[in-house]
Design a protein. Structure first.
Lengths: 186, 186
């Protein structure tokens, strides 16, 4: 920004100089029309100035482009796992639902334990990418993070508070990638 | 590229013009030293040329920067899921190992089915991101894709052919992100 400002000041200075010259020697204007050397000076000055203007514009374009691509790249990197995370969320849902199954048999115990371990590893991998569950039950209803699918009247909770979570919501860093589906108290 | 070429041709043209002038009017050189108007012309011409050179250099820098950031961005996007995929591969290994467990009990059957479904969904999500298993058994040993941990002597396979896979290998698009661990025939 400072560079740009400096350049535009330089530009103004240059313009001022040219204006002053015209004001200080108004008689020259007539002379110049018949003097080929002065005409050449005028033309060169104009060409030089035009080239300088092109340089300033290009520098401003370049600066803008650099800032924009820096910004885009940071954004790309910050949310780079979003695609795959979105694919994994329904898998996590199904995993959780399946793990609710009541398995009584002892012979299946090690299998169930194995699956619980795989589930925890999957959640850890997601956490490591910045995926977090959105807090719901007991929280004040927030339309940016919660999707209300039902209103209830429950004395145990305050007004506008989430009473029940029907589907977990998730954030990737500061971005809500799936709001929680909830019941809200009136 | 063509733009650059055009610009450097323009530059050469300009230089040629200046040289020709000097050759066509050699007597002017002496005159110019004492003529302030000619001195001014010379100085302006030089300044204009310098500005033009700066413009050319800036344009070339800008073009390079644009090409480089385009390339970097494509690469970022192509392999963006690599981090998370690398975290998921050991989970897939554990999942497969756990699914090998022999569960006889009928009451656990729906649980096992549920887990098989979750496993298939996980694999599908990975495939969708461009993750593929590296073919191993029966393939010619390829040091770029296979890591030989043992050599065997097996008449049923040709020489330098993979005989057994100890751990699955995976590619993300054209990039090997984990080579297969294999036994190779002598």
């Amino acid at each position: 920004m400072d560079e740009n400002k400096q350049r535009s000041e330089e530009m103004e200075d240059q313009e001022n100089v040219e204006q002053e010259e015209v004001i200080d020697h108004p008689e020259q204007e007539v002379v110049e029309e018949t003097n080929p050397a002065s005409n050449e000076v005028e033309q060169l000055r104009q060409e030089k100035d035009e080239t300088y203007q092109r340089l300033l514009r290009l520098q401003a374009d370049y600066d803008n482009f650099r800032r924009r691509s820096q910004k885009e790249r940071e954004n790309d990197l910050k949310y780079k796992s979003q695609d795959l995370v979105e694919e994994l969320l329904p898998i996590v849902d199904n995993f959780e639902r399946a793990l609710q199954t009541d398995v009584q048999d002892d012979s299946a115990k090690s299998f169930v334990e194995g699956m619980n371990m795989v589930y925890r590893q999957l959640k850890d991998a997601l956490n490591k990418q910045g995926v977090e569950e959105i807090p719901a039950v007991g929280e004040e209803f927030d339309p940016n993070m919660h999707q209300a699918v039902m209103q209830v009247d429950d004395e145990n909770y305050g007004s506008n508070v989430v009473v029940e979570e029907l589907q977990k919501g998730y954030k990737l860093k500061d971005r809500v990638i799936r709001p929680s589906m909830v019941k809200v108290n009136q």
